[in-house]
Design a protein around this ligand. Structure first.
Ligand code: 5AD
Ligand code: SF4
Length: 467
């Protein structure tokens, strides 16, 4: 921090990164022949964090495994966005009690958004004595040091930044990333959030908004394209407030300027900040995917105000129509919270009517979950579960029909598809620029593009033949 509350980004120095590499190199004798497993809950940001954690563990000499029963080092990367995610992560941690009793040398760590919350840390200390270490969301670059401490300590250890929101959060460059795909990659452009939507735990768990330097982002994307990556997603809680040397529309356009066939995506935008420049950039650049995820959360102005979303239903509609008008074939998706405190039948009807008016290709619907420390958790008028469940079903039923109708326009069209190989149900599938699932009739190696003529459609998939 510098004077008068003006934020200085906390960039980790090259010296500190070199120190971590040295610690990792020194650990190799101790970790030889040992395996590590990272278990991930939550959003794309967490998935990417896990790839960084895996990269650092590999650097320390661990061999990575997906099978936790084979691992000597287990790290659970948790999510705190809703109670359900927390319960799942805690039950995962609980599974390791028996293993730890059988083999005390196994090390178990918990990180991510739950680890960042004081009440969850307390719970883990008390009720999960076999968890050896906890580290926070801005500690990934220090993993070699964390591993060294854990391996040499008989006590439980904790690496947590306990600072106010505006001072909490760092940016580190130069630590390895262990990507689990050879053709799809996440690239964070910014971390944290300053919006404080009243239901959301993210600003508390991930600190203040801070942007990577555009040169670092561009170098990473260029490197990925040269390695053959075909689908690259720029990540941030609110990419439109990116300020690492240029605005987000410029950054995205520059990322889409390298030679070769590939797609640039981004996630997520806040409606109050989604700019016309960004909407134009999508329309003008073939390499920028035709998909816009724009969380609306509610169609009721009263609820939007209580959520501290800082836009009205009318402003959202204007933005959505601008996106669709400038990009006729774009897929527009959203997040909606059902059962926010005091949500009436009229408020919910406003959400239903907004959904109808916009025509979303997909809605991620969540039942409101009170989060400790947030403003909404203290609000009166919490909505009974049964009411929320009914509203959830009504919205899903309507959206299933709307989404199918939107897909009819693709019948008879040739779509460029990036193959994902074979799906879990044994079909050949991939994704088009709209990020919709496309099923096709012949095997195409994962990571290769192919043209598919669409013959039939469902609500959330298109089906056709390779041409
Ligand atoms: N309860 C329910 N859904 C939530 N989200 C964020 N916080 C909560 C909460 N407390 C949803 C929002 C957000 C998405 C990532 O998760 O819709 O856009
Ligand atoms: Fe949470 Fe709102 Fe920030 Fe999104 S913009 S991460 S919903 S506080």
């Amino acid at each position: 921090m510098c004077g008068d509350g003006i934020l200085m980004e906390e960039f980790i120095t090259q010296q500190e990164i070199t120190k971590q590499y040295d610690i990792a190199a020194a650990l190799k004798g101790e970790t030889a022949g040992k395996r590590a497993c990272v278990i991930t809950f939550g959003c794309q940001q967490n998935e990417h964090d896990s790839q960084r954690i895996a990269g650092a563990l590999q650097l320390c000499g661990y061999e990575l495994t997906d099978d936790s029963s084979l691992a000597d080092m287990i790290i659970i990367n948790t999510c705190a966005i809703r109670e359900h995610a927390e319960v799942r992560a805690l039950s995962e941690a609980g599974q390791f009690k028996g293993r730890k009793q059988q083999n005390r040398s196994i090390k178990i760590g918990v990180c991510g958004c739950m680890a960042q919350q004081a009440h969850r840390r307390e719970q883990i200390y008390k009720s999960y004595p076999y968890v050896d270490f906890i580290f926070g969301t801005d500690m990934h670059h220090r993993l070699p040091e964390i591993v060294q401490t854990v391996l040499n300590s008989k006590k439980r250890v904790s690496f947590i930044t306990d600072k106010p929101h505006n001072e909490f959060g760092v940016i580190s460059e130069g630590m390895p990333v262990c990507r689990d795909s050879k053709y799809k990659a996440w690239v964070p452009v910014m971390y944290g959030c300053n919006n404080f939507c009243t239901y959301c735990v993210v600003p508390y768990a991930r600190g203040h908004e801070r942007s990577r330097n555009s040169a670092d982002v561009l170098a990473e994307v260029k490197g990925l394209v040269e390695q053959g990556y075909k689908d690259i997603t720029l990540l941030g809680q609110n990419v439109n407030s990116y300020n690492g040397g240029c605005d987000f529309a410029t950054l995205l356009t520059q990322c889409a300027s390298f030679d070769g066939e590939y797609r640039m995506r981004f996630m997520t935008s806040h409606p109050k900040d989604a700019s016309s420049a960004l909407i134009d950039a999508i329309a003008q650049n073939e390499k920028i995917a035709k998909h816009f995820h724009l969380p609306v959360q509610s169609g009721s102005n009263r609820i939007l105000k209580l959520m501290n979303r800082k836009y009205t239903r009318e402003q959202y509609l204007e933005k959505a129509f601008e996106i669709k008008q400038k990009n006729p074939d774009i897929s527009l998706t959203t997040d909606i919270i059902i059962g926010f405190p005091t949500e009436t039948d009229e408020d919910f009807a406003d959400t239903m009517s907004l959904v109808k008016q916009v025509g979303f290709d997909m809605i991620y619907t969540f039942i409101y979950s009170p989060r400790v420390g947030t403003v909404a958790a203290k609000m009166e008028g919490q909505i009974p579960k049964e009411v929320s469940n009914q509203r959830f079903k009504a919205l899903s039923d309507m959206e299933n029909d709307l989404a199918q109708e939107l897909n009819y326009k693709f019948i008879g069209k040739k779509m460029r598809v990036l193959s994902d190989g074979i799906s879990k149900n044994g079909t050949y599938c991939g994704r088009c620029t709209q990020n919709k699932i496309v099923n096709f009739d012949k095997p195409i190696p994962a990571g290769e593009f192919a043209d598919v003529l669409i013959e039939t459609v469902g609500s959330y998939q298109l089906n056709g033949k390779i041409i």
